[in-house]
Ligand binder design. Structure first.
Ligand SMILES: *Cc1c(COP(=O)(O)O)cnc(C)c1O
Length: 429
């Protein structure tokens, strides 16, 4: 049963490729049912249904009640995106032509000067920084990051914006200069300053985005904003470039729901062109190990198209009603309280927070999380559950369960609700 469902899902997910094939074979197959197996006869034949390699490798997928966490493979690509990738996989193209065309298309749709598809937001950090360091200097592209002789190498950042993605910036050979106050910021610029970096979802920091951009530009220094996880709102895709940030990075596999190994680098034309020179497929560059294949390039473009066609208010309503349905299922459990919470910047969608009295329900959030993970089906709760390493803005605590509902597939909220009820109920004393 599980096997045939998987097969059907796979058939559905390579939709457009199969539809093209189905249309061609319609005359010979008047019932219209797509054949269940196909043989590749040439470059343009539709692929077969495929082997379930998760099953073959013994890796158990789960219901995502967490959100877009990298280690949990972040998001599932919509059918349209999967289908576009399946089609793109069937013919060779010139990668530079595809990158240029994708960049031009994305820049138009995202209302910025220029765009580059990168191998994730972290790669966008490296390439954007490398662009600032090597702008107009061909030899520097070869030299960084190990030979910074004669190159500007200081990136100004607020101390509160130092984060777990620092390495993406430092990979370009730079070092951070930390500031706290606006005054310190104004005085931090030297002839070695190459960039000013901003972490969009930082939970603290005294200097506003507007001041960050204004002061950097007074010194002729480009400004980078890492907004990797900050979709929705969809309008953030143009908000920060239009605010004046010279470079903005987004993750392709989080709220955009493109391939996980993609990202967007948006911004100034000259800097995006410089980032491209530092990127794969160019050899002997810092970005050569950050290759994005044709399928993923197309997938990200298709994901942006998909996202821009969505009704954002309807999505938010759907997430809210999932959270409400789970809350309703739990309401009879002693001491359980529920609340819908929307983190302010990153993961800016309704989450369900569940709290309870540990003297009445004898299981910590961490233990609940582990039981959900060990159950059938396997379910992953948000990592803030039980006070784990919280993502920006999400509260935790040993008696707190956090359910991220936005990456669930239709119907999964009910399964999560029933399992949560069962696990909590079993620990009531
Ligand atoms: C997720 C994230 C990244 C990395 O994004 P990838 O697309 O996985 O490379 C970088 N910065 C921030 C703030 C993030 O949340």
């Amino acid at each position: 049963m599980a096997r045939s469902l998987n097969r059907r899902q796979l058939l559905r997910s390579s939709g457009a490729a199969l539809m093209a094939g189905a249309a061609a074979s319609k005359a010979a197959n008047p019932s219209g049912h797509p054949p269940t197996a196909r043989i590749l006869r040439g470059a343009r034949s539709a692929p077969g249904p495929g082997v379930d390699y998760y099953q073959k490798l013994g890796v158990t997928p789960f219901i995502n009640a967490a959100g877009t966490y990298t280690v949990l493979s972040a998001s599932i690509m919509p059918d349209e995106v999967q289908a576009a990738m399946a089609l793109a996989a069937q013919q060779p193209v010139n990668l530079n032509e595809l990158l240029d065309a994708a960049g031009e298309y994305l820049a138009k749709r995202l209302r910025c000067e220029a765009a580059l598809v990168t191998a994730g937001a972290a790669a966008a950090l490296t390439l954007g920084t490398a662009a600032c360091v090597t702008l107009g200097n061909q030899q520097a592209i070869v030299n960084i990051p190990t030979d910074m002789t004669g190159l500007k190498n200081e990136v100004i950042v607020q101390r509160a914006h130092r984060y777990e993605y620092d390495h993406g910036v430092r990979n370009a050979g730079v070092r951070f200069v930390e500031v706290e106050t606006l005054e310190e910021y104004e005085q931090a610029f030297t002839e070695r300053t190459v960039m000013a970096h901003y972490f969009n979802a930082a939970e603290s920091g005294q200097i506003s985005r507007e001041d960050w951009v204004r002061v950097a530009h007074q010194h002729g220094v480009p400004c980078f904003n890492d907004a990797a996880a900050d979709i929705p709102p969809i309008s953030n895709l143009w908000h920060y470039t239009q605010m004046g940030f010279d470079l903005v990075a987004f993750s392709g596999g989080k709220g955009i729901r493109g391939p996980q190994c993609t990202g967007l680098l948006l911004g100034r034309k000259d800097l995006i062109a410089a980032a491209k020179l530092n990127n794969s497929p160019n050899s002997n560059t810092i970005g050569r190990g950050m290759k994005v294949g044709k399928e993923e390039i197309v997938g990200l473009v298709a994901a942006v198209d998909w996202l821009l066609s969505q009704d954002e208010a309807a999505m938010e309503r759907e997430f809210r009603s999932r959270a409400e349905r789970i809350a309703a299922r739990l309401k009879d459990l002693p001491t359980v309280e529920t609340k819908i919470f929307v983190p302010p910047v990153a993961n800016h969608v309704p989450h369900l927070l569940i709290t309870y009295d540990l003297s009445r329900i004898k299981l910590t959030g961490r233990e609940v999380m582990e039981r959900m993970r060990q159950g059938k089906p396997r379910i992953e709760l948000n990592p803030a559950t039980g006070g784990g390493p919280a993502s920006a803005g999400l509260p935790g605590g040993s008696n707190t369960i956090v359910v991220g509902v936005w990456m669930m597939r239709p119907g999964e909220d009910q399964i999560v609700a029933d399992r949560l009820y069962e696990v909590l109920r079993s620990a009531v004393i």
